[in-house]
Design a protein around this ligand. Structure first.
Ligand code: ADP
Ligand code: MG
Length: 250
């Protein structure tokens, strides 16, 4: 498994209304390697959700290619796409998007069933394990309305994680959560990346998430820019100490 987790090649998105064409993405090139935690930031309306939806196969680009775990998903049939998506891509939304009339356990089982790989029994066992991993053991039989926002988002993360996808895409995952729930979701995201090497791409405004990133991107004017790694406060302190010592010696 040496492929890149996600490659966007010259991706364009032009929305067409009755009177005009609105180019939102203008030739996006992006490669996310396995094990990275990438953050995408940018002003409201800059196309972050559009980009993530295209990367996750939820929307088609007007032009260009999307390659997930070595598979070009751009021109697949609806059937093939459903299977590949279930197996390779986990999606986490700001508004959780759990299915209301399914229990937490059943929600997590869904993508596993869609892959066509797992039996009902296997899906059940994996889903149980996943709920345990996200700290929701004992909540398996609850419906979304019986869970807090933070708990619902952790079910959504368990669902995204269940089929061991090549990549998990998160669109403002803490945007609807209070500070405590957001921080719990954040620790979970960090742990999944560090302990399991899970590749994750997050669209966010949350500066705390931005701090976790191994790479940071900005979208502006339909283009994407990578921000070079910033020096951390610890690095700055080291620099200051080093220069002070030098100064004392001189
Ligand atoms: P962000 O997530 O960065 O706030 P979006 O990707 O949601 O931005 O939207 C980018 C631009 O595309 C906005 O101007 C939005 O109005 C427009 N847009 C998004 N979806 C559609 C659509 N289905 N039809 C027409 N315009 C759309
Ligand atoms: Mg958005």
């Amino acid at each position: 498994m040496s492929e890149d987790a996600l490659v966007l090649r010259d991706v364009w998105k032009i929305y067409k209304t009755a009177t005009e064409e609105i180019p939102v993405l203008k030739g996006i090139n992006l490669t996310v390697r396995q094990g990275e935690l990438a953050i995408i930031m940018g002003p409201s309306g800059s196309g972050k959700s559009t980009l993530l939806s295209i990367a996750g196969g939820l929307e088609n680009p007007s032009r260009g290619n999307v390659i997930v775990g070595g598979v070009d998903i751009t021109n697949l049939s609806e059937d093939e796409l459903t299977k590949i998506r279930a197996r390779k891509i986990g999606f986490v939304f700001q508004s959780f998007n759990l299915i209301r009339n399914l229990t937490a356990l059943e929600n997590v089982m869904m993508p596993l069933i869609f892959t066509g790989i797992y039996s009902w029994k296997q899906a059940r066992e994996i889903a149980q394990k996943m709920l345990e991993i996200v700290g929701l053991k004992g909540h398996e039989e609850k419906f979304p309305r019986q869970l807090s926002g933070g708990q619902q988002q952790r079910v959504a993360i368990a669902r995204a994680l269940a089929p061991s996808p090549d990549i998990i895409l998160m669109d403002e995952p803490t945007g609807s959560l209070d500070v405590d729930s957001a921080s719990r979701v954040l620790s979970l995201v960090k742990w999944l990346n560090e302990a399991f090497g899970q590749t994750i791409v997050i669209v966010t405004h949350n500066p705390e998430i931005a701090e976790l990133a191994s790479r940071t991107f900005y979208i502006r004017g339909g283009q994407i820019f990578e921000q070079p790694p910033t020096t951390t406060l610890a690095d700055k302190v080291k620099e200051v100490k080093a220069s002070t010592k030098k100064g004392e010696l001189e």
